[in-house]
Design a protein. Structure first.
Length: 176
């Protein structure tokens, strides 16, 4: 199915997090952003707004650092989208993330997924059709450091999202 309007997908790895949890939630899932991480995530939001990609729907892992990343991205971009926080996206495989993105409401035009590596990077590398600008294609091959975003043009309905079916437009690592 072809989309009846342009759609954009943003895949993002969470911003820099502390090495051990200090918040009220214990374990890895409770790790919070560092001050640098907060600043980088807000810079990512400003960058998204600057390239015309303000999210209207967010799918976010239930980890504390991904939720904090999304909050800072939303603030930086001016997005008013409420996050769809999913416990199943914490430690999810690239295939599971893709399945979740296929369930995004049809009305969503700019969707952001905020998750973890290695699976966000694996999905980012598998989605593209190879037709993006050389700089963006090279960016996908350069790894996926914290606060990295990959922006794709999606020519189909969300339910029809497939590996190799979208075109990468930008790859950007946000730094404050």
């Amino acid at each position: 199915m072809t989309a009846d309007r342009p759609r954009t997908l943003v895949l993002m790895r969470h911003a820099k997090a502390e090495s051990t949890p200090s918040g009220p939630i214990g374990g890895d899932i409770g790790r919070r952003l560092t001050p640098t991480g907060h600043a980088d995530a807000e810079a990512a939001g400003r960058w998204l707004a600057g390239v015309g990609c303000v999210p209207d729907h967010a799918v976010v892992s239930a980890a504390e650092r991904t939720q904090q990343t999304w909050a800072a991205v939303a603030a930086g971009s001016g997005s008013s989208a409420r996050a769809e926080v999913s416990r199943s996206m914490y430690g999810a495989s690239a295939d599971s993330i893709l399945e979740s993105l296929r369930l995004v409401p049809d009305a969503a035009e700019v969707v952001i997924f905020v998750g973890h590596n290695p699976d966000t990077e694996v999905l980012a590398g598998s989605l593209g059709d190879g037709a993006g600008p050389d700089e963006a294609e090279a960016g996908l091959a350069g790894g996926f450091p914290t606060a990295t975003l990959a922006v794709y043009d999606v020519p189909t309905a969300w339910e029809d999202l497939t590996p190799g079916g979208v075109t990468v437009r930008h790859v950007h690592t946000a730094r404050a």
